[in-house]
Design a protein around this ligand. Structure first.
Ligand SMILES: O=c1ccn([C@@H]2O[C@H](COP(=O)(O)OP(=O)(O)O[C@H]3O[C@H](CO)[C@@H](O)[C@H](O)[C@H]3O)[C@@H](O)[C@H]2O)c(=O)[nH]1
Ligand SMILES: [Mn+2]
Length: 728
């Protein structure tokens, strides 16, 4: 057994070869295209004369898209997939400890029942229970959540033995009772009876939380912005009697509006310190409150990498994909973020490791404490703060098994409250060099990037049975708000000294750095897409052609570049098991996001940089509106979105409608179709892709339509744009 590998990987050589050949052709075409642009601008003839402003904008867009395409090629260079052999792991007694961190921040948007389901699902991990400690971080400091956690413990004392005895795989009770496996309903009479009892217990548990939620609503919840630190070991006294139960700890850090709390990154760092003092496991599983464990063996799967002596010295984390239980087949909002987890991450895995994705990863505690891969933590109070208890946790051998201290006494807990206080990080390196980094609302991308720059590697493992399942946003409004936050966070990193190309190039392999730069550049798609949405159209109004005539050989070049890049995306989707429909839907939501989330996110980051705006993190809503879910499942857009998001989409759609009609009219009256074809085509293409917007404006009567006043307002905007455009 000993010599057999714990894991293997396969490089997708054929796919990579195909992509490399295509890249060669595509890049040649791009070079020819830029040659045409520049030469025709410098020595224009009758047909190719373009006003300077339009020329600059369109050239800029082409350069941007080409550069992003080039960065994106890195993902196609060496994609890999991995296999693990958990049965070859050392015996249970030799497995290292795992601390699980779960985060919640708002009991209204993140109802405790959902959070507790996540908690219970990981408490039931298939891993020696004495080696597991589950910590729930509650940024709201809510009594309701704390109460729910006590009840969750009580329920788990019944649930976990049941799961173990009958080998239940879906250990999130909500998911288990929602869709019982085939096998389950066919079990033995004894099992069926136990299952029924269990279901009754779960209903009781649900009922308790429901009543408590109502009471808390009537009473008014506690102040989530200002509260003292509160740390409690749940089931503390009895936990030695339940030998099969992992530790369960409630952590609510101190919060005060006068002191920045750095959102989730701040919460993670508090958890690192508190857990460091209590259980100090060398590995940590990080989960958002809506990401339940769907396969109890994920810890063992991760250990196949983390315990492999060949790679472990430099391995910082094992990332699992974010998958969602509520993504529909059509997924019109790209709620499943498929592109990242099916295409980009496997690509990065072959180059140095996937990007840290906020949740569903097992990370080595040590990697968050040291300045370089091989370095030891600098054991001083300047870096880590003044708590001796915490400093002691650093010097104890992290790879040693350290189960939770049995003698948890008041002194220990009060020390834990100190490390969870607002002032603890003052004048320390927390958030700067240690722990999760502050300064970007995508703390995951930012921290992962610096880890890789310090010399750490990461691994992506995408098992066929999803290890974790989350709740995806299923309405346009939440999708755009969340997207804006992500884009703002990415652009914050771009604008900082950690900008991937500047900071990464000397520290990372070129292709890995390009991958990071590509993800960082996503918000900047707003620039080319914004220009494409109105520059060719305004030129069309004035009868100016920005592209070669249809009869010119150069036209073939432009058509090639356009179709070749589209086809490549389609290939990516199909190769990873997707469908044409998925590709089309992704393309559409990408266009919509470009002129909304990407644009606002980029602007937001600039505003924060110049001090016009304070950082904020609006947690994503996890409560569904049934009607909206129904529309999402049917693939019908729901335009109940704030006007600020809706207006740009509607403006561009109307502008393209108008320019298309105008273009056709010009062709009819002047017969100059060769000259105007490309721009008429662009308008039509944008309209076809965004047809749901046209439909929302003109043909829908339901609640999800585009309100007529938005359409009217947008018409007024379009009119102004066209008038102003006449002078460009
Ligand atoms: O001040 C805060 C804000 C959020 N959270 C928690 O952070 C998690 C993620 O927040 P959510 O509102 O669900 O944001 P998403 O955009 O869905 O999350 C994605 O993006 C985040 C970065 O923007 C990452 O941290 C997440 O892991 C990733 O899933 C949730 O469990 C929250 O409870 C906190 O603990 N404290
Ligand atoms: Mn989330």
């Amino acid at each position: 057994m000993e010599n057999l590998p714990l894991h293997e990987y396969r490089v997708h050589k054929q796919a990579a070869l195909f992509h490399k050949s295509h890249a060669l052709i595509h890049i040649s075409a791009l070079l020819a295209l830029f040659y045409y642009r520049i030469s025709s601008f410098l020595s224009p003839d009758e047909n190719t004369k373009i006003p300077t402003v339009s020329f600059v904008l369109i050239l800029l867009s082409e350069l941007f898209l080409s550069f992003q395409w080039l960065l994106r090629e890195s993902f196609r260079w060496r994609p890999i997939t991995r296999t693990v052999y958990p049965e070859r792991l050392p015996p249970d007694e030799e497995l290292p400890g795992v601390d699980v961190f779960i985060f919640t921040a708002d009991p209204e948007k993140e109802p405790p029942l959902g959070v507790m389901n996540t908690v219970i699902s990981v408490m039931a991990l298939d891993y020696p229970p004495e080696m597991v400690s589950v910590y729930l971080s509650d940024d709201a400091g809510s009594d309701l959540t704390l109460y729910a956690l006590h009840e969750a413990w009580n329920f788990a004392t019944l649930w976990i033995p049941f799961c173990r005895k009958y080998g239940i795989r879906t250990r999130c009770p909500k998911a288990y009772f929602r869709a019982p496996d085939e096998v389950d309903t066919k079990g033995s009479p004894d099992f069926l009876e136990k299952r029924k009892n269990m279901e009754k217990e779960y209903f009781k548990f649900m009922e308790l939380l429901k009543v408590a939620s109502e009471n808390s609503r009537n009473k008014g919840s506690n102040d989530s912005r200002k509260h003292p630190a509160n740390i409690q070991v749940i089931g503390g006294k009895s936990h030695s009697t339940f030998s099969g139960m992992p530790n369960l700890v409630y952590v609510s850090r101190e919060k005060d509006p006068t002191s920045p709390h750095h959102f989730k990154a701040g919460a993670i760092n508090v958890m690192l310190r508190v857990s460091g003092m209590l259980s100090n496991a060398p590995y940590i599983l990080v989960l958002d409150c809506d990401m339940y464990s769907n396969d109890p063996s994920s810890a063992r799967q991760a250990m196949c990498f983390l315990l492999d002596n060949k790679i472990t010295p430099t391995l910082a984390f094992v990332q699992f994909p974010q998958k969602f239980h509520n993504v529909s087949k059509n997924d019109i909002y790209d709620a499943g973020i498929r592109n990242s987890f099916e295409i980009l991450w496997p690509g990065l895995d072959g180059l140095g490791g996937p990007i840290l994705s906020g949740t569903c990863f097992y990370i080595k505690r040590e990697s968050l404490y040291v300045e370089e891969v091989d370095a030891d933590p600098i054991l001083d109070k300047k870096s880590f703060g003044t708590s001796n208890e915490f400093l002691m946790s650093l010097s104890s051998n992290l790879n040693h098994r350290v189960p939770m201290k049995e003698d948890l006494n008041d002194r220990f807990l009060s020390e834990a409250k100190i490390v969870a206080s607002c002032f603890y990080e003052e004048d320390t390196q927390w958030g700067k060099k240690i722990g999760f980094l502050y300064g970007s609302v995508v703390e995951d991308y930012f921290t992962g990037f610096t880890l890789h720059c310090k010399g750490w590697k990461s691994v992506y493992y995408n098992p066929s049975w999803p290890a974790f399942l989350g709740t995806a946003t299923t309405n346009l409004s939440d999708t755009l708000v969340q997207g804006t936050r992500w884009m703002s966070g990415l652009h914050e990193v771009n604008l900082s000294r950690f900008s991937p190309l500047v900071y990464g190039l000397p520290r990372l392999p070129l292709l890995h750095c390009m991958g990071y730069a590509y993800v960082g550049s996503i918000p900047l798609y707003c620039i080319p897409l914004f220009f494409y949405a109105f520059v060719p159209q305004l030129s069309l109004f004035r009868g100016i052609s920005l592209y070669p005539e249809v009869t010119s050989p150069w036209f073939i070049l432009f058509s090639f570049v356009f179709s070749s890049s589209l086809a490549k995306e389609l290939c990516d989707v199909i190769q990873t098991g997707g469908s044409i429909r998925m590709w089309w839907n992704d393309y559409r939501i990408w266009m919509m996001k470009s002129v909304t989330s990407y644009l606002y996110g980029s602007v937001d980051a600039v505003q924060k940089l110049v001090g016009f705006k304070k950082a904020s993190f609006v947690p994503t809503n996890k409560v569904d509106d049934d009607e909206q879910v129904k529309r999402y499942e049917m693939g019908v857009f729901d335009f109940q979105v704030s006007p600020i998001h809706l207006v740009p989409m509607v403006i561009f759609t109307i502008l393209n409608m108008a320019s298309f009609i105008w273009g056709i009219a010009q062709v009819i009256f002047t017969g100059l179709w060769e000259k105007l074809f490309a721009q008429i085509f662009i308008s039509l293409f944008i309209l076809v892709v965004n047809y749901p917007i046209v439909e929302g404006m003109l043909f829908r009567k339901d609640k999800g339509l585009i309100p007529p006043q938005i359409t009217l307002l947008s018409v007024a905007f379009v009119f102004t744009i066209v008038c102003v455009g006449a002078f460009l």
